[in-house]
Design a protein around this ligand. Structure first.
Ligand code: IFM
Length: 788
């Protein structure tokens, strides 16, 4: 069963895509899948979770740390680089992919072969490039790297050069502070230093230290490097870099091995610059002393645990198998498994796109994967919302509302990084007024929903007592102050909002938003009861002096309008007067586009006056509240909205897969599942909105792939009390098998064409009730149950 993602040949046009596809990470650091000789033009990036900066009035975004893997190789004085090989040949950017394996007499270096791969099982990135040099030597560069899961401050790289002839080898390696920035430069006062005798001691550590512009936070990247076969070296210090130049004599067939241990430390918890620097030096040196094999083995142990908690087997569909595993890999490398101060940004740790901000993507699309496989990570994700409550309260106050209005684009404080002009018009270059920040109020309900999911799923009220109940309560207060009581209809309404479908801004009574608000109000009331029992003092503090009391929230809950399915058509109108919009087909609408990147929403967008929607909206509601709607309603709405959905957001396809499976049509859902699961493998997603670059990884789609497979095709649901399985396998699948954590116990579930098998290990704390089809059964610790 495959665990390897591989690409052969070098194509400069695919550098940005491969940077995403071959990402490595450990939840604290993300390192793009670029090559060691690459620099800022190739979008090399080392992203530190939770470290943001703003330069002047530009967009606030994550800091790209100095690149500690920067390495260049020279053979008898000639540089070996996938670029140099092609550029010397013809100066044509595309030439390298064509030249692989071809002899050209006018070039000094030929790229004989090139391969980049990712071992998903151990989260190790590899590259191998073979060059033929002017003296006829074949020189192979092999490098492997990982972001240590055991030591989250560390990136480790083993770099090997082997030649078919003797020759002079020079390796220049170190830390490059001249980094790619979208709205930078973020790092100032850059200084290099060398700890340990220069050119002497084996564990001499070089460092590059700087501080961020806005908050003056210190950051240091330190590197210990060792070449096993010795040789001489000197330290090269420049304004924005520190490197070592190793001079070696390379004998034919005898590999030269360089091991680099790179530590990245940032003062996120108030550490001083000296403390940060000292820590980075110590981490890099200690890791260097441990050696590559030891570091890899402790890292691999962590990954073994991650996979044993989550790996899915799909029988009969190799492509789906690999894509699903890859989707989970992408989630694992960005999961904050040791911190509750950060959550997962919409582009993971793949760069500065979308300001490195956390959206509703986390709660609605990623949380389920963690809930069912590593509930402790799910708790961390929601604790991030507890820690950023103050920012959400500031935002509500700024708009004149009560309670907590969570940031549409949230960074480390919870203040909103989303700007009022978030897209530029491609025709005029002018910023367009968008209402993501002001009007996507459903974000506060999504946060409350996520908190309740963790509580209901784990049965553990600590999250609620540790601030979760307060978050839900403040969100409910926000909606009470935002809502409108319609005296004529004697009901509360939610007016002037943008639902998930961002092409229709400032609409009234968006069905999804109203239903989510109702859920938020219910959650707040229940959560406050739990708080009252667990911490009456805090409960009373929250209500003291508050103009909004539980009876107000209850009244709104009972009388809030949620659009219902029409009795005849069974359709739910997406928002008031949606049906009056022009009913064009998607191809008709697209045929009117004058620019491939023009924004279809906003004041003047082509979709705004039509029924074309950007992403699943009503259909998402049908998935989240599946018990409220019968199959006929789900089918009717799926059939109506599906041809009208552009899937312009990577959050859309998985929802259509889920609802198709739910209504017993998994083969309708399968193409949507594949689209979701392969998004970061194919790179087939929008790269621009207006002139805004939005490339990067797609964690929400990665989470959506897991949801479609496990919650959709295997049909699993757990409500904190019982698990329900209603499988609907796509034709291509013979079986799906996966581990889950339910109610504090571990289970292995296999759904095949022959039946369902559930296995519980002996050390599970208690038995659990399952409903499979129309059968009800209990799976006790140490038992395996098969239902034909
Ligand atoms: O959160 C999404 C939104 O729903 C659509 N635009 C992109 C955002 C980040 O993924």
């Amino acid at each position: 069963m495959s665990w390897i993602i591989r690409e052969s040949g070098f194509d400069p046009e695919r550098i940005a895509h491969h940077g995403n596809k071959f990402m490595i990470g450990n939840g604290v650091l993300g390192y793009r899948g670029t090559l060691e000789e690459f620099g800022k033009k190739e979008l090399t990036a080392t992203i530190v979770a939770g470290l943001y900066d703003q330069v002047g009035g530009k967009w606030r975004e994550p800091v790209n740390a100095p690149n500690g893997l920067d390495t260049k190789v020279y053979w008898n004085g000639t540089r070996l680089s996938v670029f140099e090989a092609g550029n010397v040949a013809a100066g044509d950017k595309a030439v390298n992919s064509v030249n692989v394996g071809r002899e050209l007499d006018h070039i000094r270096v030929e790229l004989v072969s090139h391969e980049q791969s990712l071992d998903l099982r151990q989260a190790v990135h590899r590259r191998r490039s073979v060059f033929r040099t002017a003296d006829g030597a074949e020189v192979a560069i092999t490098a492997e790297r990982f972001c240590s899961a055991a030591r989250t401050e560390l990136i480790v790289c083993r770099f090997t050069v082997e030649s078919s002839r003797d020759g002079e080898l020079t390796i220049v390696t170190g830390i490059n502070g001249d980094v790619w920035d979208i709205n930078g430069p973020h790092l100032v006062r850059m200084e290099s230093d060398v700890d340990g005798a220069e050119g002497g001691a084996a564990w001499e550590v070089v460092s590059l230290s700087a501080s961020t512009q806005e908050l003056g936070l210190p950051i240091t990247v330190s590197e210990a490097a060792e070449v096993a076969s010795g040789g001489e070296h000197e330290v090269l210090r420049e304004e924005l870099s520190v490197r070592r130049r190793f001079h070696l004599y390379c004998r034919a067939g005898e590999p030269v091995v360089l091991v680099k241990t790179v530590a990245v430390a940032a003062g996120l918890e108030g550490e001083t610059a000296d403390e940060v620097r000292a820590a980075a030096i110590q981490w890099a040196r200690e890791a260097g002393q441990l050696g590559y094999d030891q570091l890899l083995s402790e890292h691999a142990e962590y990954w073994e645990r991650k996979w044993s908690a989550s790996d899915i087997l799909v029988e009969g569909d190799e492509e789906a198998q690999l894509a699903l595993r890859y989707s989970m890999y992408q989630l694992h490398i960005i999961a904050p498994d040791r911190s509750e101060k950060v959550s997962i940004p919409a582009r993971g740790l793949s760069g500065q796109v979308y300001k490195g901000a956390v959206f509703w993507d986390t709660e609605m699309f990623m949380l389920p994967f963690f809930l069912y496989t590593q509930p402790e990570v799910a708790r961390n994700l929601m604790m991030y919302r507890v820690h950023t409550l103050a920012g959400a309260k500031r935002k509500a106050a700024e708009y004149g509302y009560e309670g907590a209005f969570y940031a549409w684009e949230s960074q480390e404080t919870g203040d909103d990084a989303c700007t009022l002009f978030n897209v530029n018009d491609v025709f005029t270059g002018r910023p367009m007024r968008t209402y993501f920040r002001d009007k996507q109020v459903h974000i506060s309900a999504d946060v409350a929903y996520g908190i309740w999911q963790v509580y209901a799923f784990t049965g553990d009220d600590r999250l609620l007592l540790d601030g979760g109940a307060e978050v839900a309560w403040e969100c409910a207060k926000f909606f009470y102050s935002y809502g409108y009581f319609n005296p004529r209809k004697q009901r509360y309404e939610i007016l002037d909002v943008t639902g998930p479908d961002e092409y229709h801004e400032r609409v009234n009574n968006n069905a999804f938003t109203n239903r989510m608000v109702k859920e938020c109000l219910r959650i707040a009331l229940d959560a406050m009861e739990i708080l009252k029992r667990g911490n009456v003092e805090r409960y009373e503090q929250l209500l003291a002096d508050s103009p909004i009391q539980p009876e107000h929230i209850r009244d709104m809950y009972e009388r809030l309008y949620v659009p219902e399915p029409d009795a005849q058509s069974r359709l739910i109108e997406q928002f008031d007067r949606y049906y009056t919009l022009e009913d064009v087909t998607l191809p008709q609408l697209k045929s009117l586009m004058l620019h491939p990147h023009e924004y279809l929403g906003g004041g003047n967008g082509l979709a705004t006056t039509t029924q074309i929607l950007k992403q699943a909206d009503v259909v998402l509601m049908l998935h989240l509240f599946k018990d409220d709607y019968n199959s006929a309603v789900k089918q009717a709405n799926w059939a109506y909205y599906e041809p009208r959905t552009e899937h312009g957001s990577s959050l859309s396809a998985c929802i259509y897969a889920l609802v198709a499976a739910d209504t017993g049509s998994p083969d309708w859902g399968y193409p949507y599942f594949m689209r979701t699961a392969t998004i970061d493998l194919t790179g087939d997603s929008k790269q621009y909105v207006g002139d805004l670059y939005i490339g990067g990884t797609h964690p929400a789609a990665n989470g959506g792939a897991w949801m479609a497979a496990v919650l959709g095709f295997a049909g699993l649901r757990y409500d904190g009390d019982k698990a329900v399985l209603r499988p609907a396998l796509p034709s291509a699948w013979q079986a799906i098998e996966f581990p889950v954590r339910l109610g504090g116990g571990s289970y292995r579930i296999r759904v095949s064409r022959e039946g369902v098998t559930i296995t519980a290990p002996r050390d599970n704390p208690a038995a659990l009730r399952f409903i499979v089809g129309d059968r009800e059964l209990t799976v006790a610790p140490g038992h395996e149950v098969h239902i034909a």
